[in-house]
Each structure stands twice: as structure tokens, then as C-alpha cells.
Design a protein around this ligand. Structure first.
Ligand code: ASP
Length: 346
């Protein structure tokens, strides 16, 4: 891309990066993008245009929901041809969900969409927000010699790592290095240099010419996290929720669950009723292998599908996406086993 044509759309949704301490209560409250820009005069040093779009009012990411994701998809799709890349400032708490959702909703994406935020507000002296923002802008505009974007996908950049968005999890509420992509290597490591691992990213040549934005999401889903001692009534209540269409089953280790008869029976009944059950592991890293142990195999026989090395965030948003598109349970079961946006490795 010609340097004159390079420009970035900076979308401010909210989160700690743009918060300020209320002197009376001591709590962190949102402030405007304008105030945020004042704290980063370095933004003016970029030689290309940075346009901005602000969520009004900005939102703590704990309030993120499909409506906000649709809004983001609208903004990106409406401005898609105008910008080299997009940077989304977002609270860290649910950033991995938003990144996962966007990776499915922005089909055929050929430009970088980089989500970032910070652990300390931008007005605080030791803030991590400044570096995160400036580096994200650099990544969002990085091109090869032919002018093709280096990283044409939805990513999270945080502290030292650029990660595929739908592989990422927030794993630390304290450290600046708050995110990890446990099951997929970083797309770039950032220190003095930004070292891209281009062979790991979606390649521009493989990407459809046009962006196909999707807006349909169905939230009739649940997460059922197992723990030793979980009661039959708890599992039964979750699986009999009115209108439930799918659930992410967070199992142990490589996809194992209790062998109790009542448990398997409840899962089997749910599957027979057309509820899609997806097996993901509670472990941060590694993959579900349902044929490895008897305790996983019986889930397979009950009709539970393998979530492979998916994060919970990715499985949840992928189910919302597939259900939203009206696929049948058997089609959804098939699609859960196929990567749609690099979210699983089989
Ligand atoms: N509660 C904040 C949010 O997710 C935390 C953060 O941004 O780090 O919006």
C-alpha cells in the first residue's frame, strides 16, 4: 500500500486503558477518547492518518455482548476499504471473547484487526497502555514489499506478543503479560524489534477478495464446567434450560469426565434432543482426545463432539455464530470439527 494511502481506524470501546480514578470513590471510570489521546502525544508522530471512532458511552468489557460485536463488525465493514488496518481498544476482561467472535463474523478478512488494552490506565505513570497502543498501530499498518498487509487477521496484541485472537485467553489479572495463546505460537514477538512469524498467519493470497460481514449470533448456549462432586441436579438443570441449543462442556485433562451412569445418560438425552455439546478441556494448554481414555470415549458415544484444542472463548462464540446462521445440530457438530478461522488444530 502506498504510504499516502495508509491510515488506521482506532476504535475505542472502553476498558482500563481509557479509565481514570474517581477521586471520591477511588473506582476507575471511563473517560473520552480525546482525553486518552492527550495522554499519548506520540500518536501525532505517526506519518499516516489515524482516524478514531468512539463507543459512546465507553464500556467496561464486562458489559460486552453480541450487540457490541455487531457494532464493531458494522464499523469495520462500513470503513473496510478506507483503512489499511483497524485497532480496537478494549477492556482486557472479555477481549478474548470479542477477538474470537470477530474472527468468525469477519469472513474473508484481508486486513489486520488488532485488539489491545492495558492493565493500568493510560494516565498512570507506569501504564502499559501506551506501548500496547503504539505497537498495535504499527502492526495494523505493517505491509510487505508488495503492499500486502503482513497480518490480515483478528489478533490480540499485549505486552510482548501478537496472538491469533481466537487462540487467546486472559490468564493474569495482575501482570502486564496478561494474555497467552497456549495452543498456537505467537504471530509476532515484540521487543526492540517486531519479529513476525509470517508462516503462522493467514496469508493474503489465501484470503477471499471481499469481506463478508456476519451479524447473526444466537446466545442460547451454556458453559458446563465439571468439578469433582458436581450434582446430578446441577447438570440436569443446565441441560434442561428452556431453549438451550448448545453447551460447552469443560472437562478434565484430555477431555475426560465422570463415568457415572446418570451423567452419561443426561448428556446422551441432551444430544438426542438436538443440543450440541462440545468437549473442551479445563487445562490451559493441550487438546481434547476423546479416544484416549475410556472416560472420554463414553462422551463420544453419548454424542458429545470434540472441541480439540479450542479455547472456551472460541468454542462459545463459534457456537453462537453457527447457531445464529441456522445450521442444523448435525451440521454444527461437523463444523465444530473444522477450523473456520484457524481456531483449532486437528
Ligand atoms: N474491567 C476492565 C475491562 O475489561 C479491565 C481491563 O480493561 O483491564 O473493561
Amino acid at each position: 500500500m502506498n504510504p499516502d494511502e495508509t491510515s488506521v481506524l482506532l476504535i475505542y470501546t472502553g476498558g482500563t486503558i481509557g479509565m481514570i480514578e474517581n477521586p471520591e470513590t477511588g473506582t476507575l471510570e471511563n473517560f473520552s477518547l480525546e482525553q486518552l489521546q492527550k495522554h499519548i502525544p506520540e500518536l501525532q508522530n505517526f506519518t499516516f492518518r489515524i482516524d478514531t471512532y468512539q463507543f459512546d458511552p465507553p464500556m467496561d468489557s464486562s458489559d460486552m455482548d453480541p450487540e457490541a460485536w455487531r457494532k464493531l463488525v458494522h464499523i469495520i465493514s462500513d470503513h473496510y476499504t478506507k483503512y489499511a488496518g483497524f485497532v480496537i481498544l478494549h477492556g482486557t476482561d472479555t477481549m478474548a471473547y470479542t477477538a474470537s467472535a470477530l474472527s468468525f463474523m469477519l469472513e474473508g478478512l484481508g486486513k489486520p484487526v488488532i485488539l489491545t488494552g492495558s492493565q493500568l490506565p493510560i494516565g498512570v505513570l507506569r501504564t502499559d497502555g501506551k506501548e500496547n497502543l503504539l505497537t498495535s498501530i504499527e502492526i495494523a499498518t505493517a505491509c510487505d514489499e508488495k503492499g500486502m498487509p503482513l497480518i490480515p487477521e483478528v489478533c490480540i496484541f499485549f505486552e510482548n506478543h501478537l496472538m491469533r485472537g481466537n487462540r487467546t485467553t486472559k490468564m493474569n489479572a495482575e501482570n502486564f503479560n496478561a494474555f497467552r495463546s497456549f495452543n498456537y505460537p505467537a504471530l509476532a514477538s515484540v521487543g526492540i524489534h517486531i519479529k513476525y512469524n509470517l508462516s503462522l498467519s493467514h496469508r493474503p493470497g489465501h484470503i477471499a477478495k471481499d469481506l463478508i460481514p456476519h451479524y447473526a449470533l444466537d446466545t442460547n448456549i451454556a458453559i458446563l464446567k465439571l468439578f469433582p462432586g458436581i450434582q446430578e441436579s446441577v447438570v440436569a438443570s443446565i441441560l434442561s434450560i428452556k431453549g438451550l441449543k448448545a453447551a460447552v462442556l469443560e472437562t478434565y485433562g484430555s477431555g475426560n469426565a465422570p463415568q457415572k451412569e446418570w451423567f452419561i445418560k443426561l448428556l446422551q438425552q441432551a444430544c438426542e434432543q438436538g443440543i450440541v455439546l462440545v468437549n473442551v478441556t479445563q487445562c490451559s494448554a493441550g487438546t481434547v482426545e476423546m479416544e484416549r481414555y475410556e472416560t472420554g470415549y463414553q462422551l463420544l458415544q453419548a454424542g458429545v463432539v470434540c472441541g480439540y484444542d479450542s479455547t472456551t472463548e472460541s468454542a462459545v462464540t463459534k457456537l453462537m455464530f453457527l447457531l445464529g446462521h441456522g445450521y442444523t445440530p448435525s451440521e454444527i457438530r461437523k463444523q465444530m470439527a473444522q477450523p473456520l478461522a484457524g481456531e483449532i488444530t486437528r
